[in-house]
Design a binder for this molecule. Structure first.
Ligand SMILES: [Zn+2]
Length: 417
């Protein structure tokens, strides 16, 4: 830019940070940290990131309102790319009983368990209450730094109640500044009242076309595993979704080796999630096809998974790794901080790798890497302000929420309680 060219006018400037995590590798630093960096914003977008001198030469900040980061850290908002946040009830009885008993013993005690238990509770929750309870969770997620959150259906398993969940997700977008990304997961389990074959016909002939027509979801997802959806059923569902403009995602290999990676590659799935039993050679082929791997450390922790997903193998295969809370009644966590702590200690990630997986990697798992996931000019100004002096403190402090400021789409948001 020449000195005579008009500089873009910033209306917001965040300064006074000890460091800015751009989450774009630079100078050998995977997080592209800028010591004492600033961020200039115009409207809902970032227009400059850099030192004070670089900002002054790149943007006109003369009329900008200034937010003082107070010697803390600026980071991109987290992207929670896999959640089942709209659900009714609680499974605390099941969780508590399974601390000291086997699943068979818990079943013999008559304690409702698993997805069928939540389907029953979600169906019996009236729509207004479902919205209220989901907004509570959403506010806590946003308060924990998640500025974009995916929300799956899949606890209705019939049109009436899948629609109730999807409409709740839509109402959440209006209730909280976080962006909500909707996924149709009618193929989460099979409903108790009709046969699996009958339900397959309902899914592909009625539900998927209606979801697409009403623009209730952007992605179509399937739970492919032993005892859930087979490879053939997964193909039929995802191909129907694609024919109606819904991008494919797959819950895969969580409890058995399904071999579904080949289908994920063939159909151009955006992400494959869980990956506990996915083999290194499958990961390599998934990497070449650009399928994002989504790891869910909180689930592996909550169910004491016998084979936790191998995050190192995912990274070494070349796949883009994303992390997500997988918030659902079986692993009730709303915070990406907890997920990152687990990912580092139990899945062998470095704190930098966990941070990238919780931001840019997760943005890619939602096809939004051009808009969010890093602090770069042109991207949405979704920014967290942490009251810690350096990034390393974030994962090191095992139980903390250092967030003292949130900027969403260029607007400073009062933190919800
Ligand atoms: Zn899930």
């Amino acid at each position: 830019m020449t000195s005579s060219a008009p500089k873009p006018k910033a209306d917001l400037l965040i300064s006074g940070a000890a460091e800015v995590l751009t989450c774009v590798a630079a100078r050998g630093d995977p997080l592209g940290r800028i010591a004492r960096g600033c961020v200039a914003i115009a409207g809902d977008r970032i227009i400059a990131v850099g030192s004070a001198a670089e900002i002054s030469s790149a943007a006109d900040i003369s009329a900008a309102r200034v937010i003082d980061a107070g010697g803390g850290v600026l980071a991109p908002g987290f992207v929670d790319c896999h959640t089942h946040m709209v659900f009714g009830g609680s499974r605390s009885a099941e969780y508590g009983a399974k601390m000291t008993r086997t699943a068979a013993e818990v079943a013999a005690m008559g304690i409702p368990a698993g997805i069928p238990a939540t389907v029953a509770m979600t169906r019996s929750t009236e729509p207004g209450r479902l919205v209220t309870e989901s907004i509570d969770r959403l506010n806590r997620m946003f308060r924990s730094g998640s500025t974009t959150i995916e929300s799956k259906s899949g606890y209705g398993l019939n049109w009436e109640h899948e629609l109730k969940q999807l409409e709740t997700s839509r109402r959440l977008s209006q209730a909280c500044p976080a962006d909500i990304v909707s996924t149709f997961l009618g193929a989460h389990d099979f409903p108790p009242e009709i046969s699996p074959d009958q339900y397959m016909d309902v899914l592909v002939r009625e539900m998927i076309p209606r979801v697409a027509e009403l623009k209730l979801a952007e992605f179509c997802d399937v739970y492919c595993d032993a005892g859930y959806y087979s490879a053939g059923q997964t193909r039929r569902i995802l191909e129907t979704g694609l024919a109606h403009g819904l991008k494919p995602k797959i819950h895969a290999d969580a409890y058995s080796e399904t071999g579904i990676a080949s289908l994920a590659i063939e159909l151009g799935a955006v992400s494959m999630d869980h990956l506990n039993f996915t083999t290194p050679s499958e990961m390599k082929r998934l990497a070449e096809a650009g399928v994002v791997g989504v790891g869910l450390p909180a689930l592996d922790f909550a169910v004491n998974h016998p084979k936790p997903f191998d995050a190192r193998a995912v990274i070494e295969s070349g796949m883009t790794l994303a992390l997500a809370t997988n918030l659902n009644p079986a692993n009730w966590t709303e915070t990406m901080h907890f997920v990152m702590v687990l990912a580092c200690r139990r899945h062998g990630l470095s704190s930098e790798e966990a941070m990238l997986a919780a931001t840019l990697g997760a943005a890619k798992a939602l096809c939004r890497e051009h808009d969010i996931g890093s602090l770069q000019p042109g991207k949405l100004a979704d920014i967290q302000i942490w009251a810690i002096p350096r990034f390393e403190e974030f994962v090191y402090r095992l139980d903390c929420n250092p967030i003292v400021g949130l900027i969403k789409r260029g607007r400073e948001i009062a933190l919800p309680r």
